[in-house]
Design a protein around this ligand. Structure first.
Ligand SMILES: C[S@@+](CC[C@H](N)C(=O)[O-])C[C@H]1O[C@@H](n2cnc3c(N)ncnc32)[C@H](O)[C@@H]1O
Length: 210
């Protein structure tokens, strides 16, 4: 099998038994050798292209962006969350390379776009008429718990250490924070992305498919 996924733990299904089903979405390799990918059951034996095409028919109205000036290890988690909550697209702002380990191969099913500089990202968002919503606990941020995220938006996250850069903050139509109660200044961007995406889901999404 050439899916590139971690097959050390036997998950999924073995080779298809009986006559192969008809249809373009089936992957002959997976039918023959089994499907050990980390995908929900309804996509078993589907080709990657078919899965992406199906996801594309029902992606949500929010995009996710994260600054990447120091190879932030959280980006993989952001991509995995974006896949789980079905973001329209993920945007990496800054360095092109990012650590894919935390994505657990979900980037293969997600549209990931690179913008070399904040200016490029802002120009793209303006062209799409999408407000940039900064997620960070900065002075002036409004509590996410008592507001509703816009239906169409880009949620922009900062990186470990500095958080949102000055240029990124200036690009934001609004800033939202996640309430914290302990001693740490912040949670990591991967966790923050999951909380923010789920806030969007609670406000705007229907139930997931069966
Ligand atoms: C580790 S934080 C660093 C910055 C943070 N402003 C600080 O003062 O330490 C990295 C990123 O995670 C997200 N984040 C972490 N904690 C957050 C919170 N309580 N509310 C909103 N976003 C948060 C933001 O996107 C932030 O840029």
């Amino acid at each position: 099998m050439t899916t590139g996924e971690d097959t050390s733990i036997e998950v999924g299904v073995g080779p298809w038994t009986g006559e192969w089903p008809a249809g373009d979405h089936w992957d002959p390799e997976l039918l023959e050798h089994g499907d050990r990918r980390n995908v929900v059951d309804r996509y078993r034996y589907w080709s990657r292209e078919a899965v992406v095409a199906d996801l594309d028919t029902r992606r949500h109205g929010f995009h996710v962006a994260i600054e990447n000036w120091q190879h932030d290890f959280n980006i993989g988690t952001v991509v995995r969350n974006a896949n789980a909550f079905l973001a329209a697209e993920v945007h990496i702002v800054g360095r092109r390379r990012w650590n894919r380990r935390g994505a657990m191969v979900t980037d293969r099913y997600q549209h990931v776009r690179h913008h070399p500089a904040i200016e490029d990202f802002v120009a793209w968002a303006a062209a799409e008429d999408l407000p940039v919503i900064g997620i960070d606990n900065l002075p002036g941020s409004r509590p996410m718990e008592t507001t509703t995220l816009p239906r169409r938006c880009v949620l922009l996250f900062g990186q470990e250490g500095p958080g949102l850069s000055d240029a990124a903050r200036e690009a934001c139509a609004e800033l939202f924070s996640i309430a914290q109660y302990g001693s740490t200044r912040s949670i990591n961007a991967g966790v923050a992305s999951g909380i923010a995406m789920h806030a969007w889901i609670r406000a705007h999404a229907g139930p997931p498919p069966e």
